[in-house]
Design a protein around this ligand. Structure first.
Ligand SMILES: *Cc1c(COP(=O)(O)O)cnc(C)c1O
Length: 395
């Protein structure tokens, strides 16, 4: 029996959207590594193109392996339809281009993934789709930017790398009042920690490259939303711009997602331990972590997230030189951007992920030269801490 919705996420990540009995009993979904699909007759081809008959045509328009992934992410986010893309940015651009036309206006969080920031600049310069950045800490801070041309509010929470949280309930309240769509980049949380659609948001986007994959071996994106709009995206931005995922990468994501809840629990547990220990080290100036009970935003974390997650940033006493020395001193922890992998990763936002942002804006966002961002992995926390401690001690 094929069942598409399961109450518990631990089961849904393993079973949703796949019935082994329809695939020769293959326990895991086969990889349909094919570009095109044969029709039995010319009339069948005609009917498929006309939309009168279900079935596959060509892999840019749909593929059975990709479909399992799309159904699974839709179930996990509790949305109507999911779509898979060749990268997180392909998902971001598909949604933003679908929701706007020339002359429209977008309100986004201050602090965005660098390439989303770049995409918005391009949309403004080439297509006259403008945007404003809001700190989104009060209703007023959002409302003051709303114009008759505003169509959507684009939110990242937690914001990278400062880990600032946006109260999604508050954003939805404003959006409903003004009839705006709310789009949430849920990459840092994964659906296991945060489900924006259940809070009234309209679209969720993932860089599936990160926690959804979890193993650092795929670049991919996912988006979920209401069926009528996702249908339209699949037939326009996805089909005609074409940033689709390969069947093999979809299969790797299906495989990775089976352990998402287990991994997120371990990422969160490890990070909680490391945050506690980091706080005790004299070289640490400040830590940025949604699980910090002294953080005024802790209440937002408790309200909309299941757990604080696996990301933590911190600043050290000293200067850029010391921050880089600390990184060079690490042995187990790898210096790399990206996040959500089994390996603990460290990066220096000011010279890496956020280097394109002008220094003034960067400082305004709280990204100093001594800030480091950690993606805590799945290793024993004792080993992660041992490595961090020897590096911190060396400064
Ligand atoms: C990585 C990332 C993206 C972009 O995803 P890609 O898979 O690299 O294209 C978008 N948003 C956030 C928050 C990310 O971390």
């Amino acid at each position: 029996m094929s069942q598409n919705r399961f109450k518990n996420m631990e089961t849904a990540v393993i079973h949703t959207g796949y019935d082994s009995q329809q695939h020769s009993g293959s326990l895991t979904p086969p990889i349909y590594q094919t570009s095109t699909f044969t029709f039995e007759t010319a009339e069948q081809g005609e009917n498929r193109f006309a939309g009168n008959e279900d079935g596959y045509i060509y892999s840019r328009l749909g593929n059975p392996t990709v479909k399992v992934l799309e159904e699974r992410i839709a179930a996990l986010e509790e949305g109507e339809r999911g779509l898979a893309f060749g990268s997180g940015m392909a998902a971001v651009s598909a949604i933003l281009l679908a929701l706007t036309k020339s002359g429209d206006h977008i309100i986004c969080t201050q602090g965005l993934y660098g390439c989303t920031f770049g995409l918005l600049q391009m949309m403004k310069n080439k297509y006259k789709i403008s945007h404003d950045f809001s700190v989104m800490d009060t209703e007023e801070s959002i409302e003051k930017y709303i114009t008759p041309e505003t169509t959507c509010i684009y939110v990242e929470t937690p914001i990278n790398p400062t880990m600032k949280l946006i109260d999604l309930e508050m954003v939805v309240k404003i959006a409903k009042k003004h009839n705006l769509q709310v789009v949430v980049d849920n990459t840092f949380c994964s659906p296991y920690l945060q489900k924006p659609l259940t809070l009234g948001c309209d679209f969720v986007i993932h860089s599936a490259t990160k926690y959804i994959c979890g193993h650092g071996d795929v670049v991919a994106g996912l988006a979920v939303g209401r069926k009528e709009i996702m249908d339209e995206i699949s037939m326009t931005t996805q089909k005609d711009i074409g940033g689709i995922i390969s069947p093999f990468d979809a299969w790797l994501l299906i495989r990775g997602m089976k352990t998402l809840p287990i991994r997120m629990d371990r990422h969160s547990e490890n990070t909680e331990k490391i945050a506690e220990l980091l706080k005790t080290h004299p070289i640490i100036e400040e830590i940025f972590y949604p699980g910090d009970k002294t953080n005024p935003q802790f209440a937002i974390m408790e309200k909309q997230m299941k757990k604080p997650g696996g990301m933590i940033s911190f600043t050290i006493k000293g200067e850029k030189r010391e921050a880089q020395k600390l990184m060079n001193q690490l042995r187990l922890i790898k210096i790399a951007v990206s996040l959500g992998d089994a390996e603990t990763l460290i990066e220096h936002p000011a010279t890496m992920t956020h280097a394109v942002i002008p220094e003034d804006s960067r400082k305004e966002m709280g990204i100093t030269d001594t800030m480091l961002r950690l993606s805590i992995g799945l290793e024993a926390w004792e080993d992660i801490w041992e490595d961090l401690k020897q590096a911190l001690d060396s400064i």
